[in-house]
Design a protein around this ligand. Structure first.
Ligand code: CU
Ligand code: ZN
Length: 189
């Protein structure tokens, strides 16, 4: 009997040990990471001709809100990247998305004196064929940001042809709008 008890104890110990690497695996598994975060919205990124070029996902982790970009077949380059004030992506110019999301009435860009817009994000740097996820922090509390993003007319995510210079008001001199996604709280990837 004593031998059996020892064997059981060893068995239990090895099960516990087996669980530890298991939970580390879970942390590196993107779907498990997504489960720890709350998904607030999703949007399909489309070019002017309607071609889908990936997706964007708005997630909350505690009180922090992040925008995760999953590019797919986006042209390489360094590109202005913003939240725009209207959740509308009518091609080919995507003007329907309006200006940058700016609920606090600031000027454009982190290098401007009265900056920056809530919707101002760092340039999106894309290499050829990259599908690597890129994560951007949005400034503000979760309650504020969700109020701003899910206002009556919604919010869009826009990718531009040129880099944002982080100072030219109101658009960062980022040129044409080449891709757009509407953030939809009910959409799924
Ligand atoms: Cu923009
Ligand atoms: Zn701006």
């Amino acid at each position: 009997m004593k031998h059996i008890k020892v064997a059981l104890a060893v068995g239990a110990a090895s099960m516990t040990m087996a669980c530890s690497p298991g939970s580390e695996d879970a942390e590196s598994d993107p779907s498990a990471t997504a489960a720890e975060r709350t998904r607030l919205a999703y949007g399909n990124l489309a070019l002017a001709d309607g071609t889908e070029v990936g997706g964007v996902k708005l997630v909350a982790e505690g009180d922090a809100v992040e925008l995760v970009v999953a590019p797919s077949e986006l042209p390489e380059g360094t590109r202005g990247f913003h939240l725009h004030q209207t959740g509308s992506c009518e091609g080919p110019d995507f003007k329907s998305a309006g200006g940058h999301l700016n609920p606090l009435g600031k000027t454009h860009g982190s290098e401007s004196e009265g900056g920056s817009h809530v919707g101002d994000l760092p340039n999106l740097v894309l290499s050829e064929g990259s599908t690597e996820l890129q994560t951007f922090s949005i400034e503000g509390s979760k309650a504020q940001i969700t109020d701003w993003i899910f206002d009556e007319d919604g919010t869009a995510v826009v990718i531009h042809a040129e880099p944002d210079d982080y100072k030219t008001d109101p658009s960062g001199a980022a040129g044409a709008r080449i891709a757009c996604a509407v953030l939809d709280a009910d959409a799924t990837p």
